[in-house]
Design a protein around this ligand. Sequence first.
Ligand SMILES: *[C@@H]1O[C@H](CO)[C@@H](O)[C@H](O)[C@H]1NC(C)=O
Ligand SMILES: *[C@@H]1O[C@H](CO)[C@@H](O)[C@H](O)[C@H]1NC(C)=O
Length: 386
Amino acid sequence: MALKAVSICICANQSISHLGVTDLGCRRSGSVLNLRFERKWECCGASAQRKPQAPVLGLQDGSELTHITETRGFHKDLNSLPRPLTAMDLSSFPRDGVKVRVAYQGLSGAYSEAAALKAYPKCETVPCDHYEATFKAVELWLVDKAVLHIEHSVGGSIHRNYDLLLRHRLHIVGEVQLLVNHCLLGLPGVRKEELKRVLSHPQALEQCEITLNKLGVVRVSADDTATAAQIVASEGLRETGAVASARAAKIYGLDILAEKIQDDSDNISRFLILAREPIIPGTDRPHKTSIVFTLEEGPGVLFKALAVFALRDINLSKIESRPQRNRPLRVVDDSNQGSAKYFDYLFFIDFEASMAEPRAQYALGHLQEFARFIRVLGCYPMDTTL
Ligand SMILES: *[C@@H]1O[C@H](CO)[C@@H](O)[C@H](O)[C@H]1NC(C)=O
Ligand SMILES: *[C@@H]1O[C@H](CO)[C@@H](O)[C@H](O)[C@H]1NC(C)=O
């Protein structure tokens, strides 16, 4: 609450000084408080507007605003105001990305960094040692966005990252699908038959099981694929290889000994882009909405919860359940049998509709009838490219 008041104040002061009314407030100190009070409602978009004081009236009405600026000569100030957002600005996401700072987990050359660059080609990528740190970096305004690896077509969901989504209050503003082609990297001049050990992220090692078995190498886990490549390069390990991206080979000056060494042909990773503020959902192109909820007890509640989407022809693209940490067990008292305990779950759902569409709003309204808790994690344009 205190935080909110601060931002309101900043907001009110800015509007006043832009319009050159601060001096007016100084001369008539009696009206300063009122003036600010009126402004804070207006600029923060609350509906409860009181009848403004005389000097404020003109500022709220477009035509009188022009009048004031003409008579007082504040053209310059008005021109320096930020340009209003247009539909173009909103729909250009996520293709532009000038000067956006994006945090990712891992070192340069990690797949998460490639995902950040796919979403914002001109962004400045900021490496972090843990996923938790990427969230913190956004929360502390050190960066604008964070990239979160959420699932892989072979490895499945990254459960810990679902938990982080809930623990933090960031919003999903985009998704990125990335083709993951693992390469076997080694020091320049090394042949793959010479390798005795291979370093990589455990998931990457798992995904390349057939190739690694054939080579008969010892698998050693590393924090992420780029770190594995970096260790091989910096320590000059001739008998150690790394499973990482072709980009990592280039960055750390390693040779690609083998390409596309993963076992399965579907090798796509999905990443989420997180920001402090949600984006305004559109209907100009396909959108996805991600929610998390818990259900009341009762027969068939999950069935009913899913029906709210089916009834409105809304496709679900993902459902995931996670234990509810603050209330992991549900105790049902049965006077004859003693008490029974059940696990209690949180459900994460991605559905293919925009929150700007009435059917999505009705579906969530309907879901609220059986849900004890719902949070919309974000509504964002679908990534339909590879
Ligand atoms: C995934 O990797 C395999 C190699 O294992 C490769 O042949 C295939 O093209 C990749 N998948 C896609 C969609 O490119
Ligand atoms: C749901 O998914 C199917 C198959 O991908 C697609 O053909 C259909 O158009 C989708 N329906 C809606 C309402 O988006």
